[in-house]
Write a protein that binds this ligand. Structure first.
Ligand code: CO
Length: 326
């Protein structure tokens, strides 16, 4: 599994610069951890005080490079393997822009280009704030019983609203989502996965009720990524039985609100950072195969196609997305 790492190709528009990707393998952290189950033997954390915004900026730059610097995100014409809808990419970029303003010059980027990008990022961020002001979200609504929805259900790609009302209904959603998560043998779950498109996710690194600690994060934002990255074999409750390697930053710092609306910040390492980032992606409409190398994605291609076919059969509707590949 390690040998694959040297040859990893990650599409630039999705990931930071090539130099940021040249990540050393982390001893003791390897690919046999499955997000659906706790594999405590494989859980470990590695200290990295080397947190930085550079990755974010690199991501921001490469995203814009791939998109021709346009704020309207032209369709990708490079035949690249992309599963992200344009809207999702837009949100992703806005997200990155919000974090990417700690400008740090890069050897292969002209400064004026950088500033132009930063300005665009700022404008896009303003646009996003404006949209939010125009359609404020009310109390969270859902109907029990909740169940996990499967890829390619379009709710997995829908925009997730910020939560602004911290009431009993939200607490009920949290309680029921934990029920669903434990019942389905998961360690983490995001609200869109039960068909509720709001920015809330929860996890328990032990994956068992009464063991470990339960974490609930409302409106979470990643404010720092470690340069250090690693590869884990991930699963996802919305893709039953499918597992493949995903590379991510090893540690992240997160700001969020709790179920009562109180703000907090937390630094997550290793296994917890892995779970968090997977669930956080759901809140951004990003699914784990979007982050896979072409090789890893190919390894689960038959399974993805089966899910797409099953969706069509069950719903009588065309699958809203289909993976490309051979
Ligand atoms: Co998932």
């Amino acid at each position: 599994m390690n040998s694959a790492r040297a040859k990893v190709h990650v599409p630039l528009w999705r990931y930071p610069s090539v130099s940021a990707m040249a990540t050393a393998a982390v001893p003791g952290l390897n690919s046999n951890v499955n997000l659906r189950r706790t594999n405590s033997g494989a859980i470990s954390s590695s200290s990295s005080s080397n947190m930085s915004l550079n990755l974010t900026l690199g991501n921001f730059i490469s995203t814009y490079k791939q998109n021709g610097l346009g704020s309207e995100l032209p369709k990708r014409g490079n035949g690249g393997k992309s599963c992200l809808a344009a809207g999702v990419r837009g949100r992703f970029i806005r997200e990155q822009n919000g974090l990417g303003l700690g400008l740090n010059n890069r050897d292969n980027e002209g400064e004026s280009l950088l500033l132009a990008q930063a300005r665009r990022g700022f404008l896009t961020e303003l646009q996003s704030l404006k949209e939010e002001a125009e359609s404020p979200s009310g109390p969270v609504e859902f109907e029990s019983p909740l169940g996990v929805i499967l890829y390619p259900d379009p709710r997995l790609r829908a925009k997730n609203k910020r939560i602004t009302v911290f009431d009993e209904k939200l607490q009920a959603l949290v309680a029921e989502m934990f029920d669903v998560m434990y019942k389905t043998d998961g360690v983490g779950l995001s609200a869109p996965q039960v068909g509720v498109n709001v920015q809330m996710m929860l996890y328990n690194p032990e994956g068992e009720r009464g063991k470990g600690q339960e974490y609930v994060l409302v409106n979470p934002k990643i404010v720092k990524y470690s340069k250090q990255r690693d590869v884990f074999r991930e699963g996802c409750l919305s893709f039953p039985k499918l597992e493949a390697d995903v590379e991510r930053p090893l540690n992240v710092r997160v700001e969020a609100q709790d179920v009562k609306g109180k703000k907090f910040a937390i630094s997550l390492r290793g296994w917890q950072a892995r779970i968090f980032q997977h669930e956080y992606d759901h809140l951004e409409g990003i699914l784990f195969h979007d982050r896979m190398t072409p090789e890893a994605a190919n390894s689960i291609l038959p399974g993805l196609r089966q899910l797409e076919d099953a969706y069509e059969k069950a719903s009588g509707l065309p699958a809203p997305e289909r993976v490309k590949g051979n």
